[in-house]
Design a protein around this ligand. Structure first.
Ligand SMILES: Cc1ncc(COP(=O)(O)O)c(C=O)c1O
Length: 390
């Protein structure tokens, strides 16, 4: 039987929302049209906005629907930078970390190459923990040159949780806006946007049981963002484009379900994580559990296996019916060593020995046992294969 342990890549659609989603698919009408059909679609979108605002602890006008996490990160990082840099050309620095998802790193690198930004890569330790003392000192010396700070809330490869409140408190002293990619966090760790101190935050539907293709940029009412995507002026003019009432409905429903189950899910996944970490370290005693004892989300379990290729493990597990991930970027079909693990100061060989097991709301005890059996069956074969030459 297939065992799916790649929930951080995408998680199955919640069965509870399918009936309502199908019903919404049959509503004809552009939510921006003034006639009755359009207004019916508009009502569904606005209901979804209200529900998401309650789930995320923000004002309804702060929820801007997008196509997902990538678009939300782009709108926020580019919008905040271009606004602040436009107001004061001294503010060209964007503080971020090499452990971010590409959807957070690549907009910053684009701003460097095209718009005169200066990326400042915050130091992180071998577990990926951001050096907050460095950040405090850096801000004390350079605050007037910083356009924005961008740190993800939960790391999608390692599960490490970032202390967002500590960061927004430091930045708030200087009026520096902070953006957070909360794609891996939403539905898994408590998020109350209005108490977070964030200016903007990116969330995505398909990581918590909505269909792929919907997300939101949560933008505080006080946040000033230059418009980087132009069109019909929907979503406060920041995200133009026709709104999808079925996707908005499904996102709000999935988010509410995930939030209602969050504590119970956490307890279940924590027990599964402990079983997996213990079993893997017994089968592969030289493996490193990446996060160690650092605060993390139970659903993401990351190991490096010295001298063993994560890709070999992935393919052998796949042929045993278990879907996991190496966590590495696979761009244009070419597997690459994880930039996240290398940004943590690990070598390329260590990064190539990565395996990410990610759990979700459908994970059962039998999935955990099936994974452990499959892993013990394939591990020695992966060790014998070693690391491929580069
Ligand atoms: C942390 C993080 N940010 C952003 C994204 C991109 O989100 P989306 O697939 O909704 O564009 C992902 C998805 O893998 C992610 O894990």
């Amino acid at each position: 039987m297939a065992i799916y342990l790649d929930h951080a890549a995408t998680t199955p659609m919640r069965p509870e929302l399918i009936e309502g989603y199908l019903a919404q698919l049959q509503v004809v009408g552009n939510p921006s049209s003034v006639h009755g059909s359009g207004q019916k679609a508009r009502r569904a979108v606005e209901d979804a906005r209200d529900r998401l605002a309650v789930t995320l602890g923000c004002h309804r006008s702060e929820v801007l629907f997008t196509s997902g996490g990538t678009e939300s990160n782009n709108l926020a990082i580019k919008g905040l930078f271009l606004q602040r840099f436009g107001e004061d050309p001294n503010r060209k620095m964007v503080i971020t970390a090499g452990t971010e998802h590409h959807a957070g790193i690549d907009p910053v690198e684009w701003l460097e190459s095209a718009e005169g930004a200066e990326a400042v890569w915050a130091p992180v330790d071998t577990m990926g923990v951001i050096d907050l003392d460095w950040l405090r000192d850096f801000l004390a010396k350079n605050a007037e040159r910083v356009a924005l700070i961008s740190f993800m809330w939960v790391n999608n490869e390692t599960g490490l949780v970032t202390p967002i409140a500590a960061i927004t408190e430091m930045a708030g002293k200087y009026g520096i806006p902070v953006h957070s990619d909360a794609v891996a966090a939403f539905g898994h760790v408590p998020i109350i946007f209005k108490e977070s101190g964030l200016a903007t935050m990116a969330v995505s539907g398909h990581k918590l049981g909505a269909p792929v293709g919907v997300g939101a940029l949560i933008a505080a009412r006080a946040a000033k963002l230059a418009v980087t995507s132009h069109g019909g002026g929907q979503e406060r003019g920041i995200r133009s484009g026709t709104l999808s009432s079925p996707l908005a409905y499904a996102f709000a429903e999935a988010a509410a379900l995930a939030e209602a189950e969050r504590d119970a899910l956490h307890d279940r996944l924590e027990s599964f994580k402990q079983q997996i970490v213990k079993a893997v370290l017994e089968i592969a005693p030289n493996a490193n559990f990446t996060r160690g004892d650092k605060p993390g989300f139970a659903g993401i379990i990351h190991f490096t296996f010295p001298g063993c290729s994560g890709d070999s493990l992935l393919f052998l597990l796949d042929s045993a019916g278990v879907s996991v991930s190496t966590g590495s970027a696979c761009r244009a079909g070419v597997a690459q060593a994880s930039h996240v693990i290398m940004a943590m100061g690990r070598t390329e060989d260590e990064a190539r020995g990565s395996l990410r097991i990610s759990l979700g709301y459908t994970t059962t005890q039998s999935d955990v046992e099936g994974f452990i059996t499959a892993f013990s069956g394939v591990y020695q074969r992966a060790v014998k294969a070693g690391l491929p030459s580069q």
